[in-house]
Design a protein around this ligand. Sequence first.
Ligand SMILES: Cc1cc2nc3c(=O)[nH]c(=O)nc-3n(C[C@H](O)[C@H](O)[C@H](O)COP(=O)(O)O)c2cc1C
Ligand code: SF4
Length: 706
Amino acid sequence: MSDYQHLLKPGKIGGLTLRNRIIMAPMGSNYAEQDGHCSERIQAFYEARAKGGVGLITMGSIAIAFPAGTAEPFQVGISKDEFIPGLKALTDRVHAHGAKISVQLQHAGKTAVRDLAEGRDLWVPSMPPAPPKSDIMQSVTLKELSTFVRPAKDTPVKIRVMDKADIAQMVEWFAAAAKRAQQAGFDGIELHAAHSYILAGFLSSYYNKREDEYGGSIENRARLLLEVIAAIRERVGQEFPVWLRLDAKELNTPGGITIEDCITVTKMAEKASFNAVSISAYATITKGSAFTDAPLVHKPAGFLDWAEAVSKDVSIPVIAVGRLEPDAANDAIANGKCDFVAMGRQLLADPELPNKLIANRKSDIRPCIYCYVCVSQVFINQRVKCAVNPRTGKEFELNVIMTDKPKNIVIVGGGPAGIEAAIAASSRGHNVTLLERSKRLGGTLFFAALAYSENGKLLDYQLKQLAQSKVKVKLNTTATPELLKSLSADEVFVATGASRDMPDIDGASLNHVWSGEQLRQLLTGEVSPSTRSQLGPLQRIMVGSGNILGLTKQISWLQKLSYLWMPLGKRVTIVGGGLVGLELAEFLAERGREVTVLEESQNLGTELSIVRRWRVLDHLKDLGVSVVTEAKVTTIDAQAVHYQVKEEKQSGKADTVVMASGIAADRSLADALIAAGLNTKVIGDSDEVGYIEGALSSGYRAGLDC
Ligand SMILES: Cc1cc2nc3c(=O)[nH]c(=O)nc-3n(C[C@H](O)[C@H](O)[C@H](O)COP(=O)(O)O)c2cc1C
Ligand code: SF4
């Protein structure tokens, strides 16, 4: 019997029976065509999730008035009958795997990006309040900014406070869309009444200042929603499963939706014959990290208490969401806190999650590392991708096809790119050997796991998959042309990672100055003779003492040890404010160091996804880290780091200096192998510094393309 029997038992929403309690949360993906139609990309994406064993998919979010009211440039439309065939093909493909599928109907109101770009009115309940002060744009790069949607040329933003005719039109759009969804074979409908879109806008007394019967009391603010519910029921009949998504709360929003509002509205919807409620939340973005309070909560089971509060007061099923991982999800259902659990990011990371739970193979689930790459793609109006799963959104083009000509593939470098390539190539029937120079696999990911522990779960997962594969792993092995020839390599993949050069700064060779590579050695215990010579006697004993432990234990042991001891002084200056510098600053400041980050350019953490960058920068602020941009380091001496900001000379005391700049792709080994006549491909950071997402994606593609 599965350990997840509560999560995996069948359940009912209205008359709809689901094979288990796992629902795929609605996620706008930007996978439709520009004309709003569903073609192979989006169909294959959902089909993979259906095949993976999920009980119900909620396809989200779909534009009822397409192209008006859409929140993304590549959003699915359902505003005309011409959309039905593509949607029907999609629902057929999902049904073929025994899953059910519902559709989330949405009008984006004030955040309808296509209306903004194409010069149409933005529909609102009343003139929106001025946006609160926020520093989020400061950390967005110019390149990212260029992808943001702007008003159509020479057109001022047009706000349209909805009159009665507009309200009637909105009701009609929802009702007609619901009917089309039914015709397209969907098994149910979720009304999007959350996240500040139009229906939530009416529900919120922060956004709704109307003085007519649609504003004021909660009964009035819910009037539009109830009219939509009634119109949908009339159009789809009494038996068709229909529910709504609500915010339990609007955080950071004075006068915003409260849990009491949420419970009241749920009761109204129940009375109006709706069959379930999905409990999410929203936060006004007063600072970047607020987005990870809600709707994409970072805290595990972050909204569960609110789902439970609603559950206690209503008899329709409650769908909980918000970083509910399998154990917490199973317990939540077992303890009656909710009836169903919606999972979003975990199903982007691994569509097979339900099947793996059914088979009691939890440790084979590819873990979401909560890095926010997926949703940051939506911010920059690009198609969603997942950092840990290169196939997400590419199911239509990336498939494992067995080879009929097995080759000897030798992969040099056991970091994330090399491991991913090895597993993929081996799964296709090639003979794969993975060479790693050090005594341990994981490369940069091991170090990254120290700084951000979620990364460790990905490394565990990769190592488990590698151990289960037929890949031959050789540690402590340096790749030379002779060795590769002796292994009869038909193809060689070089995945040795980036180089981390010490910048040419006066004083950089002092003993208290560490390069990024040396720091990595110190923290992971793999100390080269030259780094060792910089250490004192006690430091030599401490460094490396983690090596006697197993890999995962090593990560958690090193993390714990690092709270007590690290070979670094109290005041640490990090030169370089990229991903490595910022995550390192977070790691050191959490361990009581006084940290300063000096970044030469204007931008910080550009390699981090926008949302994760916001989180890290806010966290650094909370930790009291001083971050200086446009700071060019001129000299380092025994006491201080001297630098220049524009024309102004400055300096800061430092006991330890870490050079976290100068990271570059490193093709040197590949060039040598090519010169020796070996058929060589370069992947991961050796080819282009792309960190986890880039490494896994290039590794996987290389494994499929050999
Ligand atoms: C890429 C992405 C797109 C999303 N788009 C929507 C959306 O269109 N409608 C919606 O109600 N929620 C949307 N969400 C929120 C999810 O439905 C879900 O509530 C949230 O991700 C928290 O669940 P999780 O922790 O399981 O990911 C989106 C989330 C992600 C990651
Ligand atoms: S991109 Fe990151 S946060 Fe999003 S699903 Fe993948 S691993 Fe999770």
